[in-house]
Design a protein around this ligand. Structure first.
Ligand SMILES: [Zn+2]
Length: 100
């Protein structure tokens, strides 16, 4: 099964890493999520755009894939959703615990 690494984590506190892990696991086809010092490594048969979009929807955090095409396509969709609705974020998820 392929593994794709995502960067772009803005906060690495325990709370944020847990949220990212949980949200990435919700994406269809994802089998495993590992977060190391630089990347979020995701294993499975999944759509990498969906990982970026789902994490953004739930946490407003923007992961980035190494593949520029994937990022650009995901950003276009996020931009559309951002304009269409301001209520896509689950408030409880959007709180950073700032290093707790
Ligand atoms: Zn945090």
């Amino acid at each position: 099964m392929p593994t794709i690494a995502f960067g772009g984590l803005s906060c690495r506190c325990e709370g944020c890493l847990k949220k990212i892990n949980k949200r990435v696991m919700e994406v269809s086809g994802v089998q495993k999520v590992e977060i190391d010092s630089n990347d979020v490594k995701v294993t499975g048969n999944f759509d990498p755009q969906q990982v970026i979009i789902h994490v953004w929807k739930k946490t407003k955090k923007t992961l980035t894939a190494a593949d520029k095409g994937i990022n650009e396509a995901a950003m276009l969709k996020i931009e559309k959703m951002r304009r269409a609705s301001r209520a896509t974020v689950d408030k409880s998820d959007n709180i950073c615990c700032f290093g707790f």
